[in-house]
Ligand binder design. Structure first.
Ligand SMILES: [Zn+2]
Length: 331
């Protein structure tokens, strides 16, 4: 029920309520001194990104750059925001930030009002800002130095899920064998390598995604073999996430090089890097650069011969490891 009275609450009470004072005291007592100072923010007319995100129902994601953030809508559209840059990106296109760029205070990215209203206008029915004609492209994410990198290898299938089966050959066995050779190769070079499975074991797709996040992986590489009803289909292809994001850009570049290198091991056709058309869980769910390698077609006799050959597996694994290592050397 309503009170029906005419009393209007003041918009800005002159005195703070005891609850507010208590909350402030609690925050100060907890030693939270690095966060942005509220008065300073108000003076500069900016709001913390996290506040804007919760107002708009967006998810905030960190990026490879400590100062950059991705904002993602529920249906997968994304903004890429950078401190002290004159533009931001929405769905890959560049837009001017307005009067003032986003800036960092105490590790929190702050969004000036002008930029905030531009972000809102992409999401509601008001006319969105005009895209820039590719001014200065933002830096592509630069993977960390190799010694700090953590790689999550993901051999496909396992246990009760054999993947593709042709005669006595099972995809899960090929994937595990190649993945273990990649792991050994990378460990020799000093990389930290984790595997979603190192035995013939069934692992849920979501658990593979979660494991990569838990381990803080900087790169996710899933290894599979293909199958098709057309037995003539053969060759190598590598998928990358179907999204406009820095991690997808990194993955695309790696996928392209990997596919070329693996195909060259034994003259397989190179089907190339492909944007994942199926929304594969391990590509869609991960938050780091992620690729899914299809080593060849189990349903093609020539490819299957390679997939079952120990020497080819070792050389294909070396090609994969080379390209992973190169990704960290030459960002
Ligand atoms: Zn598979």
């Amino acid at each position: 029920m309503t009170t029906g009275g005419k009393r209007v609450l003041p918009m800005k009470p002159k005195t703070k309520t005891p609850v507010l004072l208590f909350a402030l005291a609690a925050i100060m007592a907890s030693g939270c001194s690095t966060g942005p100072d509220r008065a300073e923010l108000d003076r500069r007319g900016a709001i913390p990104l996290t506040e804007l995100a919760s107002e708009l129902g967006l998810a905030v994601e960190s990026t490879r750059f400590p100062e950059d953030r991705t904002l993602r809508t529920e249906d997968g559209r994304s903004f890429y925001l950078m401190a002290d840059r004159r533009h931001y990106r929405y769905e890959g296109d560049a837009y001017e930030v307005g009067d003032q760029a986003a800036f960092l205070v105490g590790g929190e990215l702050l969004i000036p009002q002008g930029l905030a209203s531009r972000i809102r206008s992409h999401l509601d029915d008001s006319p969105p800002p005009q895209a820039l004609r590719e001014p200065d492209r933002p830096r592509l994410p630069t993977p960390a130095a190799a010694k700090n990198s953590i790689i999550m290898l993901d051999p496909g299938h396992g246990g009760k899920d054999p993947g593709a089966v042709v005669g006595k050959s099972q995809e899960k066995t090929v994937a595990l064998s190649v993945s273990q050779a990649v792991a050994a190769n990378l460990r020799k070079r000093g990389f930290t390598v984790h595997e979603t499975r190192s035995t013939d074991q069934f692992i849920e797709l979501d658990e593979r995604v979660a494991a990569a996040a838990r381990r803080g992986a900087g790169l996710f590489v899933s290894i599979h073999a293909n199958a098709a009803s057309n037995r003539k289909a053969r060759g190598v292809e590598v998928f990358y996430p179907n999204e406009n994001s820095p991690r997808a850009a990194t993955a695309e570049r790696l996928a392209s090089r990997m596919s070329t290198r693996i195909a060259a091991v034994q003259g397989q056709p190179n089907r190339g890097a492909k944007r994942d058309p199926r929304g594969l869980r391990v590509l869609r769910g991960t938050r780091m650069p992620a690729v899914l390698v299809e080593l060849g077609f189990m349903t093609n006799p020539e490819d299957l011969k390679l997939l079952n050959d120990a020497g080819w597996r070792t050389r294909a694994a070396a090609a994969i490891a080379d390209e992973i290592a190169a990704e960290f050397r030459n960002p």
